[in-house]
Ligand binder design. Structure first.
Ligand SMILES: [Fe+2]
Ligand SMILES: [Fe+2]
Length: 207
């Protein structure tokens, strides 16, 4: 009787192991994580350069927005990279490529980039992560997707203010959640991050 039980256990264990090996690799999500890392890293470097340009042109409040968004994008890149590492995949080397123009043009370029991420890129990444059941990727993509919507609004307001000479009405500073990159007008932070519940005391401020 004991040996029958042992055989039963062995058969079940082998079946579980066999099924585990046959889990399909989440190929779309792996590629999306890589593309996301390239996009977020490039955006982070680009906004850093745009911040410097805005300071040179005397737009300090807009420079703070670029600094805050740059930080947020680097957090998104790091979060995506962590998921990729956990999937046992490695990232190829790449060089971020972008152009720096006037602050008005840079804001327009930032809006174009954020709009693409919000309308096309992240909705597709999220659909793929759901279909392939990669929950950690879904979480990382959701944090980025929700943040980019806010960046898009901040940049749109900044460009409108620049065009009407009313930058003084823009936020005086910004706060960034170190966990998910959520970006706040510093005058309106939540006690805990609305996306990930991190305490506001931990937020990185650009003031
Ligand atoms: Fe963004
Ligand atoms: Fe957060």
């Amino acid at each position: 009787m004991k040996s029958v039980n042992l055989i039963f256990v062995l058969v079940i264990t082998s079946l579980i192991a066999f099924t585990g090996c046959n889990q399909p690799k989440p190929v779309k999500t792996i590629q999306n994580l890589k593309d996301g890392i390239i996009g977020e890293t490039t955006a982070g470097k680009k906004y850093e350069a745009f911040a410097q340009k805005a300071r040179e042109e005397g737009f300090d409040t807009i420079a703070k927005l670029f600094d805050a968004a740059s930080k947020a994008e680097s957090i998104h890149a790091a979060n995506h990279k962590k998921v990729l590492d956990e999937l046992g995949e490695t990232m190829e080397d790449f060089t971020p490529e972008f152009e720096v123009k006037t602050t008005a043009e840079n804001l327009q370029a930032a809006i174009t980039g954020e709009s693409y991420e919000v309308s096309t890129m992240y909705p597709q990444f999220l659909a793929d992560a759901k279909a392939e059941k990669v929950e950690k990727a879904e979480k990382s993509f959701t944090w980025a997707f929700d943040t980019e919507k806010k960046h898009n609004d901040f940049y749109t307001a900044a460009l409108a203010a620049l065009n009407t000479g009313s930058e003084r009405n823009l936020p005086v500073g910004y706060a960034v959640c170190p966990t998910c990159g959520n970006t706040y007008d510093i005058a309106g932070v939540d006690a805990k991050c609305a996306f990930c519940q991190t305490d506001k005391e931990k937020f990185i401020t650009f003031n």
